[in-house]
Design a protein around this ligand. Structure first.
Ligand code: AHM
Ligand code: MG
Length: 335
């Protein structure tokens, strides 16, 4: 069987969907190359001296792991000189990173969580990189961009994707015409198309939520999970299975692979925060992928992709995955 690489796939997409500009193709290739480098560092683990924490905290007040910072540097260095970006933003940086004046500026904005699932780094469980691509404002060549320029709803994303560093290294991508999965051929160093037109089944018997927060949940979340746990004799009339990896990338990858519902809802531990996960570089790209695969994504009441962001590091409640289950949870919130 002839294998199709990421490069070939993107060129074909560009031909078939004239809407995919060459700059976006280049951008995705550069991000994918950076993910290879991150995957390589992750794979070395203790041998590379990359495990453990630093003294520093990120803007969210979380202690940074060495690999969080290294992955951020890899993505910035790979993307700043190519001429395809106007600016970048990351979970690990307080404010945006403008392209230095010595390089040409492009028409796109790149947002990322360089290494998601930080609590899993040192215990050798799957982690990943999440990214989102937006258009820069038209006049971005003539002025310095600000955070404000990034505050576009997720429905404006041009592309979104993630890499998972697990037993296999995979890249899952959408440019708005379905969801495609690539597996890294570690000998050849190339991304090979292995999953075409990924679809999420509408129904599922599997949910993912951190159950240790149960006592803090809002009543609609409690009701939904109670009904799942009641099994065949409960209102749902079927048994449910539970999985929680605590890496959003790995949990969402499972949902895209075999269906399921993933939730990180608001809870009463920090009542003033809408949730734990970040809208712009975690929830938005994952929601675009999930919708492109036929699933749904809400914050409990609203479609995530419709939310108008008000801050770069804004948090949001997340309910995503198999359409019928997401709609049920969302209905419980509205009732
Ligand atoms: P991070 O960006 O600091 O790694 O946090 C995000 C992660 C998600 O990947 C995951 O879904 C969630 O945090 C797990 O949280 P918890 O440890 O509360 O279960
Ligand atoms: Mg993260």
């Amino acid at each position: 069987m002839k294998r199709k690489t990421l490069t070939q796939f993107l060129i074909e997409q560009q031909r078939e969907h004239a809407a995919l500009p060459a700059e976006v193709r280049l951008l995705i290739e550069v991000v994918a190359r950076a993910c290879k480098a991150i995957g390589h560092a992750v794979g070395k683990g203790a041998l590379g001296g990359v495990l453990g924490s630093l003294e520093s905290e990120n803007v969210q007040g979380e202690v940074q792991k060495k690999l969080d910072v290294l992955s951020n540097e890899i993505l910035i260095e790979a993307n700043e000189w190519g001429g395809h970006l106007a600016a970048m933003a990351s979970e690990e940086m307080e404010t945006i990173h403008r392209i230095p004046n010595r390089y040409p500026k492009g028409e796109y904005l790149l947002l990322f969580d360089p290494l998601d699932g930080s609590s899993n780094i040192d215990v050798n469980v799957s982690i990943g990189t999440i990214f989102s691509v937006l258009r820069a404002p038209r006049d971005s060549a003539e002025r310095d961009l600000t955070e404000q320029d990034f505050l576009q709803p997720g429905s404006q994303q041009v592309a979104a994707g993630y890499a998972v560093y697990g037993p296999q290294t995979s890249l899952v991508l959408t440019v708005g015409s379905g969801v495609f999965g690539f597996t890294l051929d570690r000998e050849m160093g190339s991304w090979v198309l292995t999953h075409e037109h990924i679809r999420i089944p509408e129904d599922t018997r599997e949910f993912a939520i951190n159950m240790s927060n149960m006592r803090h949940w809002a009543p609609p979340v409690r009701r939904y999970i109670d009904e799942c746990l009641a099994g065949t004799t409960g209102p749902r009339g079927k048994d449910f299975n539970m999985r929680w990896i605590a890496s959003m990338v790995a949990d969402v990858h499972r949902v895209l692979t075999r269906g399921g519902i993933f939730m990180y809802p608001w809870d009463a531990r920090e009542p003033s925060k809408p949730g734990k996960l970040r809208l712009m570089y975690e929830a938005n790209p994952m929601s675009m992928l999930v919708e492109q695969a036929g699933g749904a994504a809400t914050d409990g009441t609203r479609r995530i992709l419709d939310i108008q962001p008000t801050a770069l590091h804004q948090r949001v409640g997340v309910v995503l995955g198999s359409r019928n289950e997401v709609e049920l949870v969302t209905r419980y919130h509205r009732e």
